[in-house]
Design a protein around this ligand. Sequence first.
Ligand code: NAD
Length: 352
Amino acid sequence: MSRDFVYQSNPSTVVFGAGKRAEAGEWVRKLGRSRALVLSTPHQAGDAKALSQTLGTLSAGIFSGAVMHTPTDVTETAVKALEDAKADCVISFGGGSTTGLGKAIALLTGVTQIAIPTTYAGSEVTPILGQTENGRKTTIRDMKVLPNVVIYDPELTVGLPVPMTVASALNAMAHSMEGLYARDRNPISTMMAIESFRSFKASLPGLIADPHNLDLRAEAQYACWLAGTVLGTVGMALHHKICHTLGGSFDTPHAETHAIMLPYTTAYNNVAVPEQLAPIGEIFGAGAGAALYDFAKSLGSPLSLKDIGLTEADLDRAADIAAENPYWNPRPIDRTSIRQLLQNAWAGQRPN
Ligand code: NAD
């Protein structure tokens, strides 16, 4: 077996622990900044305001207009708010949508970012930004968008509703799944992916029964940091391409789309790379795709694309778009195989 690899870690600081959001102001100072604009969605404006208050004179106010898929017009409005407030850094408080806004602002202005994630999406540890302009989503990879400091405070995830907890965690598991066979994987990314699966398995079933359990929340968030780091360091393939197509062209909800597709894309690629995906079978049971389907089912996750509003008539166009630009995948892909994969996922049929 070849031992050749390139290992490169991303330059960011990760602070992990219950209550650590209280250190946000200290990090603003440590980064040499003095006026932080707190970002959030409208839904989390109250929490963003509370955070802003704890920052005292280090706060330059809040901008609570973040929305899904980082539309460029929202970014422009936020940049104006940043300039008007004379802010020299942003604190992105929320899920992937808010983190995305912070990244988009940083890309345009070079401003320093602190991210305080409240979902399991993982965007806070990736140099990847997806943005939409005139309904088209484009993705870039640029170190300028990587948050400088990430504060993981599991207390902030205690209130994450159970369906969102499940969808967001399965979304994160998809990063680790594709990381296991990535062409540019390295021993550390593989270790992180496997460790994340162990932690998700150890935390999610208990969280469904006891969503306020802080230890389980910490375990799940630890798993999501690992999975996000895998996404941020190695390349993704079929799974992320299909989810990008469904979210971008059919407006399906981000986390749920990943959650539903995960067993199907895993089963599809397991035929080609069973050794690389073997850790999933070891942790979740025989047949990686089927085992993840059973795990998702046990958590009450939606299991079919029809559950999230995709119609059977959409599948042809989805297959056309997903097969449009060739990209690397461990198992060859063509329009016919993608169409069949989508059919199975649409029907919610348990993969073999
Ligand atoms: P989200 O950020 O859109 O959050 C969904 C809703 O849940 C929002 O209204 C939010 O305010 C609310 N919410 C967040 N945390 C909560 C909590 N603890 N309790 C209650 N409500 C809460 O959803 P998401 O799945 O985290 O992010 C999806 C977006 O992130 C997509 O646009 C996706 O493309 C992007 N993303 C990017 C990357 C990357 O590396 N660039 C990685 C993953 C996701």
